[in-house]
Design a binder for this molecule. Structure first.
Ligand code: DX5
Ligand code: ZN
Length: 231
């Protein structure tokens, strides 16, 4: 399996955003994760499409993953895709037609993702999986960076990994977001995740490039161990 590391810009120094974005590009991360919050779906505000556009301008080759924590993501999809989103993740708990929103993302040639809050059951997303390129499990309550990882989500990750194997949907990526560091990334990889969003942990590193490589290697080792155990 290919493992992807996505530093989250929410933990960057907002006084130096352009250089912080370049730092992620130079670290060799697979993508930059951008968290969009509307102070309604989550109790916080972050930034809008201008920052997605800034990322495209200062680091054009860096893939942009845009996580919409909005009550009505459907009303803003076009603006974020126009600004340069390469993947868009919407919440299954959002107040819109999920089917239509995922189809609208894909129609633009953008990768589509569906996100679950930590309390949401996997059965909620099953009807939409054929329209998804990735599923994102929140491993904290969405809204803020720097929170503690919620281990109770791990069995849900394993449940989805087993389900997509049985349904011949192995191309679907499983992402995790919230409280990710080396230890929690390994736990998630051992339960079947292959894409890791990390905010505070990545941005506090002096050498982000080395941390990206190390996290990838630790996850690959966890997968090898898992495969060995399952024979
Ligand atoms: C939280 C966001 C996360 C956040 C993760 O609502 O979706 O992407 O930036 O931050 P850390 O890695 O610090 O938990
Ligand atoms: Zn996020």
């Amino acid at each position: 399996m290919k493992f992807h590391i996505l530093p989250s810009l929410l933990a960057a120094d907002f006084g130096d955003l352009a250089n912080e974005i370049k730092r992620v590009e130079e670290a060799g991360a697979e993508a930059l994760h951008l968290d969009i919050m509307d102070a309604h779906f989550v109790p916080n505000l972050s930034f809008g499409p201008d920052v997605v556009e800034l990322a495209r301008r200062v680091a054009p080759t860096l893939f942009r993953s845009v996580h919409l924590m909005l009550t009505r993501p459907d009303l803003y999809l076009e603006r974020f895709m126009e600004a340069g989103a390469d993947s868009v993740q919407i919440h299954v708990e959002a107040d819109c037609d999920i089917w239509q929103a995922l189809a609208a993302i894909r129609a633009r040639g953008v990768r589509s993702g569906l996100v679950l809050r930590p309390q949401t059951e996997v059965s909620m997303i099953k009807p939409y999986l054929l329209l998804c390129d990735e599923v994102l499990f929140m491993t904290v309550n969405p809204g803020y960076g720097g929170q503690a990882f919620m281990a109770e989500v791990l069995p849900r990750i394993a449940e989805l990994r087993a389900y997509i194997a049985g349904a011949e949907m192995q191309a679907l990526d499983i992402m995790v977001d919230g409280g990710i560091n080396y230890e929690t990334a390994v736990d998630c990889a051992a339960h079947g995740a292959n894409m890791f969003v990390a905010g505070s942990f990545m941005f506090k590193q002096n050498d982000m490039g080395a941390a990206v490589i190390k996290m990838r290697e630790l996850c690959a080792a966890a997968e090898r161990k898992l495969l060995k155990q399952s024979g």
